[in-house]
Design a protein around this ligand. Structure first.
Ligand SMILES: Cc1cc2nc3c(=O)[nH]c(=O)nc-3n(C[C@H](O)[C@H](O)[C@H](O)COP(=O)(O)OP(=O)(O)OC[C@H]3O[C@@H](n4cnc5c(N)ncnc54)[C@H](O)[C@@H]3O)c2cc1C
Length: 504
């Protein structure tokens, strides 16, 4: 008899949330993580005493009565999180080259309309209509509001509506169209693909409320881990799963890099479905299913400059910036080589050390994996090996980082005077740390033209193998939490689980 009811591969947010739910329901759970640090994209790192997030810059839906607040109460972490509410009148500032105005996305539906109406006085009714329709789209996704969901996904309205077209139908004012979609790097918005529901669910959660995690998002991982262990769950780091082995139609065990075998009754993969297929040894999975998962396109990757600021030189900003060179926010990921970057996002982390000054800032732009092809056969996760990809790679990083900082300098003229040092992450960094194929930021890219193709079910063709994480429903803290509810719902009943979360 195997010791574990559930073996979870990967300790990303989805893996940890699933572990928590199933421990709470009395299952014996083991989480296996390949890295030293747990949490996947919840991980932080420290340079020159400044803390940097790798994948959580801000979180929505955390006000009392909102969906993530309620979920985090269930996970028993809500009252322990150290959060900082962002600027009510403009948590996201959207700007464009050649236009000095910073357009503001505000918290609260009425306030969102009010603030943008000040910048687009003739568009008040348009903005009211936009907000009404965004809420209507979200209503078609009841799980996101922690309501029971019995409707089959097939019947869901809005899956096949294009986000860019929807916004273009709302207003003919092209500046406003771009402003409304201006935070689309949050979901790697691609005008030719991104479905409306992805735009709606993401912007809605931040309009509800927007918070930064003080000293980084790893606190979510630390609190979840503590709670899982307190309920008897086990979590092992440095435990890379290299084989998932099936016999007579069910998974019997997984094998770790060092050859250790771990048996279990059920297995949940928190890693990319294509990576899961790569390590699955099974005759039960048909080639067509595996090929479908392997063939799904991932969202684009990013090039990130994490900047340590000189002490007390740069005042903390309680908002994020999304800056575009052109008045078209839907195709920025296509810019490579000399035409790069077309866009940058700037996040200023909130440190507990000062309310007045910032310790650091993160500047992110899209980058295609193909730009790093030359170094694709290198691997580096250990800090001391960081230059192991070679001198030419280091030179590439510096050249591109300087180009990105040149762009930021147009907005913040003294930026170079306040930089103490910086660190760069590329698509290869995300590939190696998270195991994200092609370094894709948010997993499988959703496509309105064939919406069901990009939907991943928590169940697989093997009855005791399941998926969770950002590839399931959606990425982001909210999307992954909803995914964990879907996965664990298979074990305990989805509506039962939602009821428990709502009563927490
Ligand atoms: C740059 C960036 C910025 C982001 N900003 C935000 C934001 O501001 N707000 C927000 O809500 N969301 C944001 N996101 C998205 C969010 O961070 C992710 O959607 C979410 O954290 C993904 O969780 P996951 O459960 O899918 O696991 P992942 O984070 O993908 O973790 C998977 C885990 O599995 C481990 N693993 C992989 N292979 C193996 C193996 N073979 N054996 C064992 N372990 C393995 C990995 O090491 C990793 O720990 C951002 C993401 C990125 C990349």
């Amino acid at each position: 008899m195997s010791q574990y009811d559930i073996v979870i591969i990967g300790s990303g947010l989805g893996g940890l949330e699933s572990a928590y739910i199933l421990c709470k329901e009395g299952f014996k759970v083991l989480v296996l993580e390949k890295n030293r640090q747990l949490g996947g994209s919840l991980q932080i790192f420290v340079r020159d005493k400044a803390i940097f997030d790798t994948g959580i810059h801000y979180i929505g839906g955390l006000d009392e009565g909102q969906n993530l607040n309620q979920s985090f109460k269930y996970f028993d972490i809500m009252d322990k999180l150290h959060l900082h509410k962002m600027d009510m009148d403009g948590f996201d500032h959207i700007s464009f080259d050649g236009d000095p105005i910073e357009y503001k996305h505000a918290q609260g539906y009425d306030n969102f309309v009010e603030q943008l109406s000040q910048q687009f006085p003739k568009e008040r009714e348009v903005l009211k209509n936009y907000i009404k329709q965004i809420q209507e789209v979200c209503d078609y996704f009841p799980l996101y509001q922690l309501k029971s969901d019995d409707a089959p996904i097939l019947g869901t309205k809005y899956l096949d509506v294009n986000a860019r077209d929807f916004i273009a139908n709302i207003t003919t004012n092209t500046k406003l169209q771009n402003v409304l979609a201006g935070s689309n790097p949050l979901y790697a918005g691609d005008g030719s693909k991104t479905p409306l529901y992805v735009h709606a669910l993401v912007v809605n959660t931040y309009i509800e409320s927007s918070y930064k995690c003080v000293d980084g998002g790893a606190q979510i991982e630390r609190l979840l881990t503590k709670n899982i262990k307190a309920m008897g769950g086990e979590i092992r780091n440095y435990a890379e799963v290299t084989k998932i082995v099936e016999k007579d139609g069910i998974i019997t065990h997984v094998e770790l890099k060092d050859g250790e075998r771990i048996e279990g009754k059920n297995f949940i993969s928190n890693i990319h479905p294509a990576s899961t297929m790569n390590i699955l040894e099974s005759t039960k999975i048909k080639k067509a299913y595996s090929n479908r998962l392997q063939g799904l396109e991932n969202s684009t990757s990013a090039f990130i400059v994490d900047i340590v600021l000189k002490p007390n030189t740069f005042e903390y900003r309680n908002n994020n910036y999304y800056h575009f060179k052109r008045n078209d926010v839907w195709s920025s990921m296509n810019f490579t080589g000399n035409s790069w970057p077309d866009i940058y996002c700037m996040f200023v982390p909130k440190s507990s050390r000062s309310d007045k000054y910032a310790d650091s800032m993160t500047v992110l732009s899209y980058m295609k994996y193909d730009e790093l092809k030359e170094w694709e056969n290198t691997f580096a996760t250990i800090p001391k090996q960081r230059d192991s990809r070679g001198q030419k790679y280091e030179e590439f990083k510096i050249k591109r980082a300087e180009r990105l900082i040149d762009e930021v300098q147009k907005k913040i003229p003294n930026i170079r005077n306040v930089i103490k040092s910086y660190t760069v992450s590329t698509p290869l960094t995300y590939r190696d740390y998270i195991g994200a194929r092609d370094g894709g930021l948010y997993g499988i890219a959703k496509d309105y033209r064939d919406p069901l193709r990009t939907f991943i079910s928590p169940t697989t063709k093997i009855p005791n193998l399941f998926f969770t994480g950002q590839n399931l429903n959606m990425h982001g803290v909210l999307g992954v939490t909803v995914g964990a509810i879907r996965t664990c719902g298979v074990f305990v009943g989805q509506n039962y689980l939602i009821e428990k979360i709502n009563k927490a």
